[in-house]
Write a protein that binds this ligand. Sequence first.
Ligand code: NAP
Length: 294
Amino acid sequence: MGARGASAVDDHRRRAVALVTGGSSGIGLAAAIALARGHGRIGILARDPVRLQAAAARIREVVPGTEVRAYPVDVADAAAVARAVGQAVAELGPPRRVVLSAGSVELGETAALSEAAHRRGMEVNYFGCLWVLRAVLPHLSAGAAVGLVGSAGGVIGIYGYAGYAPAKFALRGLAEILRVELAGRGIGVTLCLPPDTETPMLWREDRLRSPVTARMAAGAPRMTAEAVARALIRGMDRGRFLVLPSLSVRLMWWLAPLLLPVLQRRQRRLLQDPALASAHVFADHMDEHRQDPP
Ligand SMILES: NC(=O)c1ccc[n+]([C@@H]2O[C@H](COP(=O)([O-])OP(=O)(O)OC[C@H]3O[C@@H](n4cnc5c(N)ncnc54)[C@H](OP(=O)(O)O)[C@@H]3O)[C@@H](O)[C@H]2O)c1
């Protein structure tokens, strides 16, 4: 490539914008770093301003020359999201890539989890995506793409995720409809369903998840946040709707109708095991999540 071609590519990269919710940690941070290689302007959104600044510094360190701006916001707050996205678009420009990775897990049984925990699970993991989408969609043009981070937990319901999985199932429904709605505008929609992935979310779960949930997850290989992010960004670049980043998730997705009764039988058996049962009602201690309302 000649000098003029190279500088045109540089210039294109410098002006290209990507927004990432949950961009301060885990899969979101890995996605922001991956996107920074082709996008010179990155906006990251999450609640904790200190972690956001640390993430911004990390992105600049890994991909020097990237302009990174941090927007502290709770994605469950629709009005605050509209303000944050409006500010990001005004400061950075309209995004070509939007990754929705902000999420949190409320572990527990259906009846034992508090009303607040159930609402929080839905408000962060489902509405938290919806509010960002509503704010950002008017600014997207042909060639843009949106990536939603769902979960393998939104393919088959697994014990322990009553306050989390329903939001991920709902997100899948929204993604399927969005894909149709946005096709006419030339905007791609990609839904990524990661398996257990080595991030602070999973490390917290490792401490708190019930032995039954842990048993169900045992044996399935964990992914790195970087590998999940790479698969998601590649899927968005290629216009794929569904990204199933590991063999275990692919099997789960394709064989779900056959696996469902088998996995349900296994979970019922584990719940009857006296060695595991004592810990299986593990409820509102999840309300310790540091940002929960008092
Ligand atoms: N790790 C896994 O095993 C796994 C598996 C399947 C799917 N997923 C999904 O992957 C996504 C990313 O999770 P992760 O594993 O990367 O977790 P993580 O490392 O804990 O990152 C979560 C990110 O979301 C932000 N966040 C949480 N609640 C928020 C809120 N109310 N408003 C704004 N930002 C919020 C966090 O920052 P603040 O706390 O500062 O707000 C953080 O940046 C989630 O949607 C999760 O459901 C994870």
